[in-house]
Design a protein around this ligand. Structure first.
Ligand code: NAP
Length: 251
């Protein structure tokens, strides 16, 4: 029987049972990778649902409960994944939240919550996996940023700042570990059809669609496809890059 292309690879996907994260976890598992999903308690049930859809690849998915905004959680969970699976080849920093308000109305708690999950989380996870990747002399880190980290967005100062910061983190880590055969890239989705966009007022979604040259929301699978490309063995010369997947909304 021929082996799958990602057989023997181990991926960690934060928020990996959500909309975009679920599509990434599914695609990597279908291609043979073992996928460790790090998420909040509700993601345990979502992981079970993903398993049902995966049929033959279901045993490739493993759930680890934890908040990416707490460094000790990240360190403990990553150590557990390495102990259980022996290595970590891919880290996809995908977990993210929104707490939207204009700056005038945004509370300090809303600012801090978004920065903690969306920017400190990827830093904590990167810090937690790097020694393992360096020892392997191989790794792929993909950070899920956002188009609004490039363009700004009304009512999203915290989210846009975190996603822009994530691009700076991507480029810096890419520089620091290039010699270790570890690539670090960012993916910047536009408006994708997930629970996050479903929480937006319908007028805002309609406005986003009408401003998108492709005239539709993106699908989570379209983001997953780009992540799959970036983790491929053949993508080793691509690092420190930011890839848009936004239907032309921002060029
Ligand atoms: P989603 O379906 O809400 O998925 C986000 C996932 O992250 C959820 O499973 C969520 O769990 C989990 N999560 C939240 N806080 C966490 C924490 N502290 N620790 C661990 N896991 C946590 O949203 P999505 O649209 O797929 O978003 C995925 C990523 O894409 C995010 O980084 C988002 O900013 C980015 N993005 C999304 C869009 C879009 O249009 N949808 C556009 C650009 C970028 P809970 O459900 O329990 O909170």
């Amino acid at each position: 029987m021929s082996s799958l292309p990602l057989e023997n690879r181990v991926a960690v996907v934060t928020g990996g049972a959500g909309g975009i994260g679920g599509a990434i976890s599914r695609l990597l598992a279908e291609d043979g990778a073992t996928v460790a999903i790090l998420g909040l308690p509700v993601d345990r049930d979502r992981t079970e649902k993903l398993r049902i859809h995966l049929n033959g690849s279901a045993s490739k998915l493993h759930f680890y409960e934890g908040d990416v905004g707490v460094f000790d959680n990240c360190r403990r969970i990553v150590a557990g994944i390495v102990e259980q699976h022996g290595r970590i080849d891919y880290l996809v920093n995908n977990a993210g939240i929104t707490r939207d308000h204009t700056v005038r109305k945004m509370t300090i708690e809303e600012w801090e919550a978004v920065l903690q999950v969306n920017l400190s989380g990827p830093f904590f996870m990167t810090k937690a996996v790097l020694e393992t990747m360096i020892a392997q002399d191989f790794g792929r880190i993909v950070n899920i940023s956002s188009v609004v980290g490039e363009s700004g967005n009304f009512g999203q100062a915290n989210y846009a700042a975190a996603k822009a910061g994530l691009i700076g983190l991507t480029k810096t880590v890419a520089l620091e570990v290039a010699k270790n055969h570890i690539t670090v890239n960012a993916v910047a989705p536009g408006f994708i059809d997930t629970e996050m966009t479903k929480a937006m007022p319908s007028a805002a979604i309609e406005a986003a669609i009408s401003q998108t040259p492709k005239r539709r929301l993106g699908q989570p699978e379209e983001v997953a496809h780009l992540v799959r490309f970036l983790v491929d063995d053949r993508s080793g010369y691509i690092t420190g890059a930011v890839y848009n997947v936004n239907g032309g909304w921002y060029m």
